[in-house]
Design a protein around this ligand. Sequence first.
Ligand code: HSE
Length: 329
Amino acid sequence: MELHNQSDISCSSAAENYLIEKMNEIKIFSPATVANVACGFDVLGFCLDSVGDDMVIRKTDKKGIHITRIEGFNLPYEAELNVAGVSALAMYDAIDVDFGFEIEIYKNIKPGSGIGSSAASAVGSVFGMNELLNRPFSKTQLTEFAIKGEALASKCEHADNLAPALFGGFTLVKSISPLRILEIPSPDDLYATIIHPQIEIKTSESRAILPKEVPLSEAIEQWANLGSLVHALHTSDYDLISNSLTDVIVEPHRGKLIPEFNAVKTAALKAGALGAGISGSGPSIFSLSKSSETAIKVKDAMESIYSKTGIAFEIHVSKINTNGVKIIN
Ligand code: HSE
């Protein structure tokens, strides 16, 4: 296989390479993610382990990218209209092979949920193809391909869901061009609780309501919180995590789109959460807690608010997933 624009190659053992070369099909789990994490709009994110999509990627004699099966949600089969297809096509254009790829998508993450549905699809296809090709591309290069798919859904290029889905743990996107992703450690006892009201908020629409300019005083508060949160994650300082999980710029605008947002946040904090906020562009609401016991109490508190609304919802408690997307066969 010939690569175009290859700059950064990841390595694997000879035995692993041999096995991967023999594989024609791979089944993967592509995880849900929480972007923004209150103070890190468009740059910070973390990976969940209790919810995600399954995908099968298969080599086929027919050249090109072919989406052959979609279950769970009604999404387009045309590769150029499908997030997983667009990222796969971006990668396919960068290689020169005499075969193609089939993609099956078993979607568990509802589109428009705020937990990285499009990112899971965009990451899954390129991760699976890369494995079947014997890993010619680094995770950063895979993120570059996946950004093309993500942009189809959100109408802009950002990687704060893609990076944690690919790398696992917490990630910070230092810049998009050139793409630079920083991996940030996750304290051992940190757990997330996520409530997902079953309503759809389109990322493109929840971006459109945001102000184009922000007052300097708010910007100062936000970047102080983001710097503090990153420091707190490095030093496992749970009090500082709690003290930094504040969003003074985006949440005041988007919070209004989510039924009972303030009540859920207040209940989570009262149940012991370190902090809570909008997951990505909503409607999901995330909280972080020290210990699984507290995360479960937060789940009960969130449930008690939402069960009175009549709006269907799902709720997940998850340890921070430090692995990201993975092979499951
Ligand atoms: N950072 C993005 C946003 C994440 O909040 O719009 C959603 O894709």
